[in-house]
Design a protein around this ligand. Structure first.
Ligand SMILES: O=P(O)(O)OC[C@H]1O[C@H](OP(=O)(O)OP(=O)(O)O)[C@H](O)[C@@H]1O
Ligand SMILES: NC(=O)CC[C@H](N)C(=O)O
Ligand code: SF4
Ligand SMILES: [Mg+2]
Length: 495
């Protein structure tokens, strides 16, 4: 996992430099406007969004005169639970962020919300997503004199907004958004406004809600639940909402684009108790498991999830196949992510620390193991060995998504293509590698069926599924440009 303090920032446009090659969470954004407990509610909202990013968290508030900024490496609960911290975040409006880095290392100066003093006032920005032309923009801006304070992609938006020749802040922000490519859900705070906006394809989620009559923006509905708030609706792809003392206004600043929401949110990222398009993620995951069982049945005695992420799909699998479901692997919840060090030997040990077999339900059984995805194959290899050592007579692995063959450039930290095991091996080779009696993945159409479509529309896919298909919904300018995108930063830095 990421070494947080004292880490040299590699400055790469993609990937945080994290040497643990999983599909990691992305980021969580939250904001509340015109509520006397704005900072406390934001801390709670971020706590509910902790699963989306555990490296760092930050809150920016505004008290009518001044902005207050608290940004920390580490978990929300470790940094924002103390009343003294919340007391420093004065004001009745606040925005917050939980980060898992995708561009720029996990160091303090990349922690969000980012904040800048513009001509005309302060501007704070919280971003979930990743820009695919950030490095290209950064170079152009630097040639024009911009001095970047971080190595995060998000900062380009601040410079583009600051240097725009348009008039009011909203127009300058829109001007900036029209120049960026990639995926984003932004929540911003200026002296008079809180703005929420989703990219034209709506790759990343953002919901609008309210609590005690105050407007709230959040990545997921679970962040509204924790504060006793209510969902109003999801922002539409390409929609911007502007919240002021006077109320709320909705704009569509971009041309028409097809919705391409991230299908992996259903598979893994979002919390199971969150709703997307009114449907619970938990129920979609169970449907995914049912599809998986229909497509890939297994002659076995028991269905066992790889916790936590494989659990709802395993329940669906058991239901559709008529096999008993049992907790054959117990997960230790006290193995924090930062506890696992980024060396190969200790990474393997990390998996052992996290999962332990429950021999009582495994011994002498033909086991179906269900997990949501195989990224590098480390988890599967270890878990299968564990289950065999605990006395399973056969092990059949069923994966609740198609093979992950391509990296995500939209806000999920993924290993490069060559490290994605499914891009290098056929299913048969992979089955041998992880040492199972059989291995199957859900088909892409099976996944689309589980999210409520008849099948994938191959001409115009309804979702972003690029990590399974290699078909990216936006340009990847930094990757295709002539510049060497892997140029390193000149400074190594400590937080
Ligand atoms: O093939 P690998 O590279 O080993 O990665 C795949 C595993 O990583 C994720 O789980 P993770 O352990 O990160 O978290 P979880 O507890 O939320 O499932 C995912 O759910 C798989 O179980
Ligand atoms: N995972 C994310 O959404 C990260 C947001 C942004 N790209 C960053 O690295 O800070
Ligand atoms: S590439 Fe995969 S993880 Fe990334 S946004 Fe698309 S579907 Fe989601
Ligand atoms: Mg998992």
């Amino acid at each position: 996992m990421t070494e947080i303090t004292g880490e040299a920032d590699h400055g790469l446009p993609f990937g945080s430099g994290d040497d643990d090659d999983r599909f990691h969470e992305e980021c969580g954004v939250f904001g509340v406007f015109a509520h006397p407990e704005a900072a406390a509610l934001t801390a709670l909202g971020l706590h509910a969004l902790q699963h989306r990013g555990q490296e760092a968290a930050g809150i920016v508030s505004f008290d009518g005169q001044q902005f207050h900024v608290e940004r920390h490496i580490g978990l929300v609960g470790d940094n924002f639970a103390k009343p003294s911290v919340i007391d420093r975040l004065k004001g009745n409006r606040a925005i917050g962020h939980t980060r898992y880095a995708t561009t720029g290392g996990a160091i303090l100066r990349n922690v969000q919300p980012m904040f800048a003093e513009f001509h005309g006032g302060g501007f704070a920005v919280a971003h979930n997503g990743n820009l695919t032309n950030a490095l290209t923009l950064q170079r152009q801006l630097q040639k024009r004199g911009s001095i970047f304070q971080s190595t995060s992609d998000t900062e380009a938006v601040i410079h583009l907004t600051a240097t725009s020749d348009k008039g009011p802040l909203v127009d300058r922000f829109i001007d900036a958004l029209r120049q960026i490519e990639g995926a984003y859900a932004f929540v911003t705070l200026s002296e008079k406004k809180m703005i929420g906006v989703r990219d034209p394809h709506g790759v990343r989620p953002l919901v609008l809600g309210h609590v005690d009559g105050a407007f709230v923006l959040a990545s997921e509905t679970c962040a509204l639940d924790i504060i006793g708030g209510r969902v109003i609706r999801e922002l539409e792809p390409g929609e911007m909402v502007i919240i002021t003392e006077e109320g709320i206004e909705s704009l569509k600043p971009f041309g028409p684009a097809r919705s391409r929401f991230c299908i992996f949110e259903f598979v893994y990222f979002a919390r199971p108790d969150s709703l997307i398009a009114g449907t619970s993620i938990y129920s979609v995951r169970k449907r995914i498991g049912r599809e998986l069982a229909r497509e890939n049945p297994a002659a076995a005695d028991v269905v066992i999830p790889v916790p936590d992420s494989g659990t709802p799909a395993a329940m669906g699998f058991a239901e559709a196949s008529g096999l008993p479901f049992d907790l054959g692997i117990i997960r230790n919840h006290y193995v924090g992510r930062t506890f696992i060090q980024p060396t190969d030997s200790i990474r393997h040990m990390g998996v052992k620390l996290k999962h332990n077999p429950n021999r009582a339900v495994i011994e002498g059984k033909r086991v179906v193991l269900v997990d949501d995805s195989i990224v590098r194959g480390t988890t599967s290899q270890k878990i299968v060995q564990m289950v065999r050592d605990a006395g399973a007579t056969e092990v059949h692995m069923r994966i609740a998504s198609p093979p992950t063959t391509d990296p995500c450039f939209y806000g999920v930290d993924t290993p490069e293509k060559s490290k994605l095991i499914a891009s290098r091996m056929s299913v048969e080779e992979l089955a041998r590698f992880i040492n199972v009696d059989s291995l199957s993945f859900l088909t892409i159409d099976g996944l689309y069926r589980a999210v409520g479509e008849a099948r994938r529309n191959n001409e115009m896919p309804q979702y972003c599924d690029a990590c399974f298909t290699g078909e990216y919904p936006t340009r990847l300018t930094d990757r295709s440009g002539s510049d060497n995108v892997r140029q390193l930063n000149l400074i190594a830095e400590a937080s």
